[in-house]
Write a protein that binds this ligand. Structure first.
Ligand SMILES: [Zn+2]
Length: 239
């Protein structure tokens, strides 16, 4: 049984099995994770190999763009005249709307097809195709980092957090969304939860898990947004 990657406790135990994958849960911080955890290279195949979403046109592009505009007022106080980043930007919809209010807007994704689509569609932001390890070499920092539905996909959550820490300017705001394993609407038998889909989603967080993880990397969660659906939406600040 693996140690918890979030709080490092050895107090973890088997939780559930699905699609031939086994999940463990940390009894200290609620972290739910694939055990054993596949290597990132194995997971990346899903995002880099002929991803249907990215070509030739982006799936549901119209509604993605509309939803990005609807979300913009929420980001405005943190993004206005700032350097902003969408980490895991996909087709670039959020980076595009951020570019209308920010000083600079950057979108980064591991999927080259998604980045190519974003570049061809949205001229204002800068789009980069980079891996986490490449990002640790970057000398750019951002005041507002948006990363939606990314953290539940990464093999090494500590590497993801190191990247966030590295890219966040002092006092930066970080806006994260991810499934919420502590939400009352999650089925009692967690393997029936519609987002419980290994190896697409390899780990799950509750408010408690997120708080412990972000604090370890020098962030404080300043706000959890209300959500009727089982999704965590929160704003953290670099201390
Ligand atoms: Zn833990």
């Amino acid at each position: 049984m693996a140690h918890c990657a979030v709080c490092t406790s050895a107090d973890t135990g088997f939780l559930a099995e699905k699609n031939g994958y086994s999940f463990s849960r940390c009894n200290v911080c609620d972290f739910i994770f694939l055990d054993p955890m596949p290597a990132q290279e194995e997971l990346n195949i899903q995002y880099t190999d002929k991803n249907k979403e990215a070509e030739p046109t982006y799936n549901k592009a119209g509604s993605r763009l509309r939803r990005a505009w609807v979300k913009l007022p929420r980001f405005f106080p943190y993004a206005w005249t700032k350097n902003t980043l969408d980490l895991g930007c996909g087709g670039g919809f959020i980076a595009h709307v951020l570019s209308m209010v920010a000083k600079t807007s950057t979108g980064i994704d591991i999927n080259a097809n998604a980045v190519a689509y974003a570049r061809s569609r949205f001229p204002r932001p800068v789009f980069l195709c980079k891996s986490f390890t490449e990002l640790l070499e970057s000398d750019k920092q951002y005041d507002f980092i948006y990363s939606s539905e990314v953290i539940e996909h990464v093999s090494n959550v500590n590497l993801f957090m190191s990247v966030l820490q590295h890219l966040a300017a002092p006092q930066a705001h970080i806006y994260i969304t991810t499934p919420d394993s502590g939400h009352p609407k999650v089925p009692r038998n967690i393997s029936q939860w519609d987002v419980f889909t290994p190896p697409i989603h390899v780990q799950f967080f509750s408010k408690k898990t997120a708080g412990i993880l972000f604090e370890r990397y020098g962030f404080r969660i300043v706000k959890f947004y209300k959500n009727k659906k089982p999704g965590l939406i929160f704003l953290a600040r670099k201390i």
